[in-house]
Design a binder for this molecule. Structure first.
Ligand SMILES: Cc1cc2nc3c(=O)[nH]c(=O)nc-3n(C[C@H](O)[C@H](O)[C@H](O)COP(=O)(O)O)c2cc1C
Length: 322
């Protein structure tokens, strides 16, 4: 934690500190948490730090999605504090920095039932039972532009995407950068969080040494995701109008609402982004999702058999800028 960040945090109203700290629980690909917050008179500037750029996410799709998820987590956290968060998109790039949005926090009461559940959202990578999704959940997901797609067909696409990914040095490089052997690191993903079995951890280490996985090992490694997908009672594809930054940030906000809604129903979700990230398989996902738009996220949904694994976070002082 930086001393300057700590001193800056101390100057903020306590309710703002609580809202911003709660927003830090937002989900991000690889748990990279690329958000940075600049404190300005009467507003907060939300920045995406390009030093956390993911080479296997060349269009920054995951980055814009998670910045949207951060905005929506912040908005819901504000509701709990009796505040209204007004988010204005900026999307101005300066060098490696992207100024995503300005946020103002004002007193006000908003009725949003999801606000009570936002702190309970977590990615759940355990097995799911075959219990079907309740109709209320299915309909809420549809309203958020999540299309339920046939599980078996997705599994076939994910198998192909997985083998392609494990043989791709950029994908393995991203994982190497963000997988943590040390369970206490505040960012990145730990072995416990990912629920990796001993042999999977070994395969991962092998990939890190080799830079990629040979095809048979890649197929063996992808088996787990395929099995988990095949068992899940539902798989959803979140659609957007386009891959433009503004559409992706808006989609990220809907994604956060979808995931929070799922958790509020005591169901679980687990994103499997490779099918979208691989240019070879994304058109297949688009075809499955029909004419509902550009697919930007894919996740399995079901009643989890175990609680979600814990994920670490940076502290507010780490992300505050003067
Ligand atoms: C855009 C996006 C893509 C993600 N893709 C994956 C994925 O492919 N596989 C996975 O296991 N988790 C994925 N995640 C989940 C993150 O790893 C997770 O949000 C992060 O580790 C924090 O954990 P939490 O969601 O439990 O708070 C993704 C999250 C986001 C926002």
């Amino acid at each position: 934690m930086t001393t300057a960040g700590h001193a800056l945090a101390a100057t903020l109203p306590a309710a703002h500190r609580r809202v911003l700290s709660a927003a830090l629980r937002a989900p991000s690909a690889h748990n990279a948490q690329p958000w940075r917050i600049s404190v300005r008179p009467g507003r907060y500037e939300l920045h995406y730090d390009h030093h956390n750029y993911l080479p296997a996410d060349p269009e920054d799709r995951d980055a814009y999605l998670c910045m949207g998820a951060f905005c929506e987590t912040l908005v819901l956290a504000a509701v709990r504090e009796g505040l209204v968060a007004e988010v204005r998109l900026v999307l101005r790039r300066t060098g490696t920095d992207l100024h995503v949005a300005d946020v103002e926090l004002q007193p006000g009461v908003v009725a949003d039932p999801l606000a009570a559940s936002v702190a309970d959202r977590a990615t759940n990578r355990s097995r799911y039972t075959d219990e079907p999704l309740p109709a209320a959940l299915t309909s809420a997901l549809r309203d958020l532009r999540c299309v339920l797609v046939p599980t078996g067909e997705v599994a076939r696409i994910v198998r192909r995407a997985s083998v392609l990914s494990w043989r791709d040095r950029r994908f393995v490089g991203d994982l190497r950068a963000w997988i943590r052997a040390d369970a206490d690191r505040p960012d990145g993903m730990t072995r416990r969080q990912l629920r990796l079995a001993g042999y999977e951890w070994l395969a991962l280490r092998a990939a890190f040494v080799l830079g990629r996985l040979p095809a048979p090992l890649a197929r063996a490694y992808s088996g787990r995701d395929i099995r988990l997908l095949g068992e899940a009672p539902a798989v959803a594809v979140l659609c957007a109008d386009s891959d433009s930054p503004a559409d992706l940030v808006a989609a990220g906000r809907r994604l956060l609402r979808a995931w929070t809604t799922i958790c509020a129903h005591r169901f679980g979700y687990h994103p499997i982004s490779i099918a979208i990230d691989r240019p070879e398989t994304r058109p297949d996902v688009a075809a499955l999702a029909g004419g509902h738009g550009t697919p930007v996220a894919l996740f399995r949904i079901g009643r989890p058999t175990e609680p979600a694994g814990e994920s670490n976070r940076l502290q507010l002082a780490d992300v505050l800028r003067g």
